[in-house]
Design a protein around this ligand. Structure first.
Ligand code: APR
Length: 174
């Protein structure tokens, strides 16, 4: 049975097979979590990303993790820019999580860490994004260890609540 863990911390410190970054379509890096991951992985990450760009919102592509070893891969996914909630943002965000999980499974990953995709620069409301994240990762139990990494208390509470609300679906929440 897989596990879903909610943690508070810096995703670049995660010791998992795959770290997911909240990228932009250029895959060249940026601020926020993308900036932190690119800084930790080194310039090779942007070079590898550039070869796969552009990445459309909701899609996911994988590169090696370079300087983030022992992490094996970085999965770059592009979240939706929040425009009020009636422009398909929920569906795009759901697709970010599902596409990343499917790609990680193809890569043989046994563990994966997600940031709170789209909730920073892209402005997606934290509570709504947390519910989408929890529902998405529970709907596709194909990776044994899933870690949802919050960088602030509000996000941590939102994710913890969202994961706990649905833990009657056979997922253990340690
Ligand atoms: N570890 C974990 N989470 C982090 C870290 C970190 N080191 N740094 C930031 N975060 C959190 C933010 O606090 C936020 O909750 O990641 C979440 C996503 O925020 P952003 O990084 O701003 O990502 P997003 O909202 O998807 O915007 C993407 O910002 O950085 C650029 O290149 C990126 O253009 C893209 C856009």
């Amino acid at each position: 049975m897989g596990t879903i863990e909610v943690v508070l911390g810096d995703i670049t410190a995660e010791r998992v097979d795959v770290i997911v970054t909240a990228a932009n379509e250029s895959l060249l890096g940026g601020g926020g979590v993308d900036g932190a991951i690119h800084r930790a992985a080194g310039p090779a990450l942007a070079e590898a990303g550039a070869e796969l760009a552009p990445c459309e919102p909701g899609r996911a592509v994988a590169t090696p993790a370079f300087g983030l070893a022992p992490v094996k891969h970085v999965i770059h996914t592009v979240g939706p820019v929040w425009e009020g909630g009636d422009r398909g943002e929920d569906e795009v965000l759901t697709s970010c999580y599902l596409s990343s999980l499917r790609l990680a499974a193809e890569l043989g990953a046994e563990s994966i860490a997600f940031p709170a995709i789209a909730t920073g620069v892209y402005g997606f409301p934290a509570q709504r994004a947390a519910r989408i994240a929890a529902r998405a990762v529970r709907s596709l139990p194909i990776i044994d260890r899933i870690r949802l990494v919050a960088f602030d208390e509000e996000t941590f509470e939102a994710l913890t609540t969202a994961v706990a609300l649905g833990d009657d679906r056979g997922w253990s929440v340690p």
